[in-house]
Design a protein around this ligand. Structure first.
Ligand code: SF4
Length: 214
């Protein structure tokens, strides 16, 4: 099995409920969406990737001796068989696995495992891809998982509130400002509206901007 890999690196988790925790990132190459504000286009299209064997990928991922491993992209589930095999192996190695995925593809069964977290986007209108989100996949997520709304403007905010109201999600809900929009403004709106959601920045961007491999 050859796996298309954009990069593997060690950093802190910059988003979601594991924010701030040292983590190894396995960024797989390829995505079948095209979000307007995508910040990892180098992992979506072009030829900036390596083809690694399963054992090469595992060796590199374990070399950091880190408890937490995040499988991200691109859209990792465009290489679903590889994701399943990597996750099965790393769970046996007693790692905690986070899968970051866009919300249009169903995660494999292995992500029912309690040592995994699925961090799934529910795409808002500003992404241009909100018609691709699959609400039944998002509804099937468990309490251990999380649903992330990236909010760029008022339309996104209203869309997120309405989607939550209609959908009866079990997973934790996270609101994250799109990189160019204000965390303060979004936080104040959430407090004003008494929403029961978690608002979080993108910590890695505060620390390192858009630097690759961070
Ligand atoms: S789903 Fe993620 S990787 Fe794919 S285009 Fe959208 S933001 Fe980029």
């Amino acid at each position: 099995m050859k796996i298309k890999v954009s990069e593997i690196f060690y950093s802190i988790q910059g988003e979601g409920s594991q924010i701030g925790i040292p983590t190894v990132f396995v960024r797989l190459f390829g995505c079948n969406l095209r979000c307007q504000w995508c910040d990892t286009m180098y992992a979506v299209e072009g030829d900036d990737y390596s083809e690694l064997s399963f054992s090469e990928l595992i060796r590199k991922s374990l070399s950091y001796n880190c408890k937490n491993i995040c499988i991200t992209g691109g859209e990792p589930l465009t290489q679903e068989k590889a994701v399943t095999k990597i996750t099965e192996y790393l769970i046996q190695e007693k790692k905690n696995i986070i899968l970051e995925t866009a919300g249009h593809l169903e995660p494999p069964k292995i992500f029912d495992n309690k040592n995994t977290v699925v961090s799934m986007d529910c795409k808002c209108p500003s992404s241009g891809m909100n018609h691709k989100s699959n609400i039944s996949i998002l509804r099937a997520l468990k309490k251990k998982d999380q649903i992330k709304f990236v909010i760029a403007n008022e339309d996104d905010y209203k869309f997120a509130i309405e989607t939550i109201r209609r959908s009866n999600f079990k997973a934790q809900i996270i609101f994250q400002p799109e990189a160019k929009s204000s965390l303060l403004k979004l936080t104040e709106k959430i407090l004003n509206d008494k929403l029961n959601v978690r608002v979080l920045p993108q910590l890695h961007k505060d620390l390192w901007g858009n630097e690759k491999g961070r």
